[in-house]
Design a protein around this ligand. Structure first.
Ligand SMILES: Nc1ncnc2c1ncn2[C@@H]1O[C@H](COP(=O)(O)OP(=O)(O)OP(=O)(O)O)[C@@H](O)[C@H]1O
Ligand SMILES: [Mg+2]
Length: 328
């Protein structure tokens, strides 16, 4: 292997996960039914990268993460994390990965936070000096000092999440999986968590796979984003490339001198909304707005205007809708 080639820390090749569920059909019949939660996914994540993993509810994100930790065994394909097959060597892998599931805590409910950390230390046999260093650093950056003696059950959601993230990092994992780490957090807590993750990634070179429904997390943390829908990857690339992939549209918002019927006859643009004297015209993201403005101004009493860039949320919604066609 070449010394300069980036080491691929996560490798997925055609990975599948099929759940067999029994569903009620009619009044008495129960029918076996297959859910293809992950339907042939292939990607690589090099060491040190922080990648966003997004998709609508039920897309297969959590299932992917569970396979990457060894909690779930794939139905097909090949999977390696740090060269380890997670399903076969879950315990050996556990020393090298950290996981945070935003929806449920991995801490001990009745114990004070610091006792939970002590258990983590023993579980992973973290050397004393390293444990002290890591804990001190997490306590400082995540503001945990006032919380260390509080039983986990008494922590607020945001406090608990910070506590969980620290627990996942005490044994210096090379890979960190975060499944919705900012879910339900207020703006300040979100900012704190993001800042911390950025620092861990930059300073430790920790490889991060981040699942979230908050696109601001992705915009602030990840250059690369993977979009999954119905168990399939529908996009893998730079975040700014998403706009083009989703056939983004820009919007020209014009204020006319008075209320008028929808503007017509502007080449390349179509009016999508009218509210009083204000009208919205959409046009392809790659096109210049100048000729449109000229065409409108020529025939309409134009008072004011602005151009809006494609909203990343809209682009992704479109991408989701596009991925659906192939599956049904
Ligand atoms: N243990 C299971 N048994 C049966 N079906 C399951 C199981 N776990 C997940 N599924 C199904 O697999 C699909 C993918 O679920 P998954 O939890 O991976 O989605 P997700 O992308 O994490 O969604 P969300 O954004 O809501 O968290 C869903 O249709 C879900 O109902
Ligand atoms: Mg999920």
């Amino acid at each position: 292997m070449s010394g300069t080639a980036a080491e691929q820390l996560i490798e997925m090749d055609g990975v599948e996960k099929v759940f067999s569920v029994r569903r009620k059909e009619g009044r008495l019949r129960r029918v076996r039914h297959e859910v293809r939660a992950v339907d042939g996914i292939t990607f690589r994540v090099p060491r040190g990268e922080m990648v966003g993993y997004i998709g609508p509810n039920g897309a297969g994100k959590s299932t992917t993460i569970k396979m990457l930790t060894g909690i779930l065994v794939p139905s097909g394909g090949r999977l390696r994390v740090a060269g380890i097959d997670p399903a076969r060597e879950r315990t050996r892998l556990a020393r090298r990965i950290g996981v945070v599931f935003g929806q449920r805590t991995t801490l001990w409910w009745d114990l004070p936070l610091k006792d939970s950390y002590e258990l983590v230390r023993r579980m992973y046999r973290v050397p004393d000096a390293r444990y002290r260093d890591n804990l001190a650093r997490c306590v400082e950056l995540l503001d945990l000092a006032p919380l260390l003696d509080v039983p986990v059950r008494q922590l607020s959601l945001g406090q608990r999440m910070r506590g969980d993230i620290a627990a996942a990092l005490l044994h210096d994992p090379e890979v960190l999986y975060l499944d919705e780490p900012t879910i339900g957090l207020d703006v300040v807590s979100k900012a704190k968590v993001r800042e911390f993750l950025r620092e861990v990634n930059a300073e430790r070179g920790t490889t991060v796979l981040l699942t979230t429904h908050d696109l601001t997390d992705i915009e602030q943390l990840c250059r690369r984003v993977m979009v999954i829908d119905h168990g399939r990857l529908v996009y893998d690339g730079r975040l700014d490339g998403l706009r083009a992939a989703g056939e983004g549209e820009r919007t020209l918002v014009v204020d006319l001198a008075r209320e008028l019927p929808p503007i017509e006859g502007v080449p390349g643009a179509r009016t999508v909304k009218v509210a009083g004297p204000r009208q919205w015209l959409v046009f392809p993201a790659g096109q210049s707005a100048a000729p449109l403005v000229a065409a409108v101004a020529e025939r309409y009493p134009l008072v004011d205007l602005s151009v809006r860039e494609p909203d990343i949320e809209d682009v992704i919604a479109k991408l989701y809708a596009g991925g659906r066609g192939g599956v049904m």
